[in-house]
Design a protein around this ligand. Structure first.
Ligand code: ARG
Length: 581
């Protein structure tokens, strides 16, 4: 399992045992503060922090820890005390090689399955039918899908929830507009991804045409009453819209299906009950005619308590009401142990008040983790939200088409036939766009820049795809299947050792991604791995004439392990790898 292979975790455990042996059991969970070091493999700084508590000189404390560590015959390395009391730890080559061999033999490549699988509900993508699906939704979709993949890989039960914006007052005018332009024309427009144009046309009439406005308002009433003909029209509208969303999902290789749709409309029937229960139990109170929860700790500008409004003064329900219902449903019906809301960072206040209100209501019990995975905005080169270009909105499919075209230019000098070229360009273009969303922490903003994301060097999708494809070509040229490259692994050259040591951290990186909802942990790890591989490959010939049999076998095994780690990691991120590149 991963905690057995990741050197930093192994050493943490060892140092903690040494601390307990030297200073008493109460020190067994002190953080040894182990970090990669430039003077050894790792450095532990715990002696410095402990010296105050122990009232002893830091160097003396460090020496005692070092003695305890190495007194144990099985310690897999050497320990040196340096400076004011650092512990410099260097691992034995044979230990690193042994651990690498273990991961190579492990079908899970060092990623342990969850010991107690959880039900993880992941709310992601969630575009609004009545508006444009924009790059912001692209990012929640891509990050959410990576989290789905990692949790499934760990053996957790994942329930995808695509909380579509598919209900509410705008649908009155959207349905009336559908009647005006005709069902066929409306369907064609929506399927083509022109929901924004459609919406704007309806909006103009709503604002300027009193007769239309009146019809739209009346339609909201029949929609709320779920009158059959109105529902038929609503379904026509939604089905066409979802067909467009599905095109985008399919194009991205995202795992969402129609089964995962649980939009706002699904909760409609629960909303009055949500409000009644909260009011009856005194958790929500009427304030200025609206029904509100006042979770403690939220105040407005003048210090007045901020309401979490679950019913407006006109009796209407809103986003907050629906989201209270999502929590109750996900905990009570879906039996969630953990709920991830992969939603824009701009909704942080809403999410925080939602979780607090749900805790107060008892709908979110202590044993259920609820997290807002905050998604930072994607910006244009002007530093503003990347939504429009020259005043027009960018259609996502057009954007992905552009990625393909630009990716084709990147590989223009390669000698492939047209079909192969198109396939590679497609994988590279999509991989570049997806990786750009995944390689930075999910809550940071970044500027959408094709040139940067398509670069073949640096922390990009194409760089990792290229590194992976290159290892595959080593095996093709060597006439060996990666599965046959089983070692034994023997470490000689420093670049070889550095690569092996890096590979040991894969399981921990995956675990960190799942624990912290942080795909960039795996992305960073893969980038560092690919860089270590590049250094290895430059210094350590594998197939070259004159390389002896044992060295070749060992290096091929390192190639095979690197390949598996890159393939598995990129798959967890949802980034495709072209066979050649
Ligand atoms: N449709 C919303 C938007 O586009 C996101 C919904 C996210 N999910 C939720 N349960 N609030 O901003």
């Amino acid at each position: 399992p991963w905690h057995m292979t990741d050197p930093q975790l192994v050493l943490t455990e060892r140092v903690q045992q040494a601390l307990a042996a030297a200073f008493g059991a109460e020190y067994s969970d002190a953080d040894p503060l182990i970090r990669p070091s430039q003077f050894a493999d790792y450095q532990a700084n715990v002696a410095m922090s402990l010296s105050k508590r122990l009232r002893r000189a830091p160097r003396e404390v460090a020496q005692e820890i070092a003695d305890r560590l190495t007194a144990e015959s099985a310690f897999p390395g050497t320990v040196e005390v340096s400076g004011p009391g650092f512990l410099n730890i260097t691992l034995d080559d044979s230990w690193i090689a042994g651990q690498a061999a273990e991961i190579l033999a492990d079908p899970r490549t060092g990623v342990a399955a969850a010991s107690a699988p959880q039900t993880v509900v992941i709310d992601y993508s969630a575009p609004n039918a009545a508006k444009e699906m924009h790059v912001g939704h692209l990012r929640t979709t891509i990050v959410g899908d990576a989290l789905v993949r990692v949790h499934e890989h760990l053996g957790n039960k994942v329930v995808r929830q695509n909380h579509l914006g598919d209900w509410g007052t705008p649908f009155g005018m959207l349905i009336e507009h559908l009647l005006d332009i005709g069902e066929e024309a409306a369907i064609a427009q929506l399927e083509a991804g022109e929901g924004n144009e459609y919406y704007q046309a309806a909006r103009v009439k709503f604002d300027s045409d009193p007769e239309f406005n009146k019809r739209a308002r009346a339609r909201v009433v029949t929609l709320q009453a779920e009158e059959p003909e109105t529902m038929r029209l609503w379904h026509l509208f939604m089905d066409a819209t979802v067909r467009y969303f599905n095109k985008v999902y399919h194009r991205l290789g995202v795992t969402l299906t129609d089964e995962d749709i649980a939009g706002e409309s699904m909760y409609n029937a629960m909303l009055s009950q949500v409000c009644d229960e909260l009011q009856d139990r005194g958790i929500a109170v009427v304030s200025d005619g609206a029904l509100c929860v006042f979770p403690p700790g939220y105040t407005g500008r003048e210090g007045q308590p901020l309401p979490f409004m679950i019913r407006k003064s006109d009796g209407g329900y809103g986003y907050a009401t629906t989201d209270m219902a999502t929590i109750r449903y996900r905990v009570q019906d879906l039996k969630a142990d953990r709920i991830l809301y992969v939603i824009g960072a701009t909704q942080a206040l809403h999410m925080s008040m939602l979780f607090d209100s749900a805790r107060i209501a008892g709908w979110l019990p202590d044993h259920v983790r609820a997290e807002h995975v905050q998604i930072g905005s994607v910006l244009g080169s002007d530093g503003k939200m990347f939504k429009t270009r020259s005043g027009k909105s960018i259609k996502l499919l057009d954007l992905l088409d552009e990625a393909d075209v630009r990716a084709a230019a990147v590989i223009a000098d390669r000698e492939y036939d047209d079909a192969a070229r198109a396939e590679i360009a497609h994988a590279v273009g999509m991989g570049a766009v997806k990786y750009a969303d995944l390689s930075v922490s999910h809550d940071s903003e970044y500027v959408f820049d094709f040139d940067r994301m398509l670069a073949l060097t640096g922390n990009t999708g194409p760089y990792l795809q290229y590194a992976t494809a290159r290892i595959r070509s080593i095996f093709r040229r060597g006439g060996v299947a990666p599965a046959e490259a089983t070692g034994p692994i023997v470490l000689g050259h420093p670049a070889e050792r550095a690569l092996a040591l890096r590979l040991l951290g894969f399981g921990a990186a995956v675990e960190e991604m799942a624990e912290g909802s942080a795909p960039h942990k795996v992305a960073t790890f893969l980038f560092e791995t690919a860089s270590a591989f590049t250094a290895f490959y430059e210094n350590c010939p594998v197939l070259k004439e004159g390389v002896d049999e044992a060295t070749r076998a060992s290096r091929l095994a390192l190639c095979a392990l690197t390949l598996r780690v890159l393939e598995t990691g990129l798959d967890l991120l949802g980034v495709p790898v072209p066979e050649r590149m």
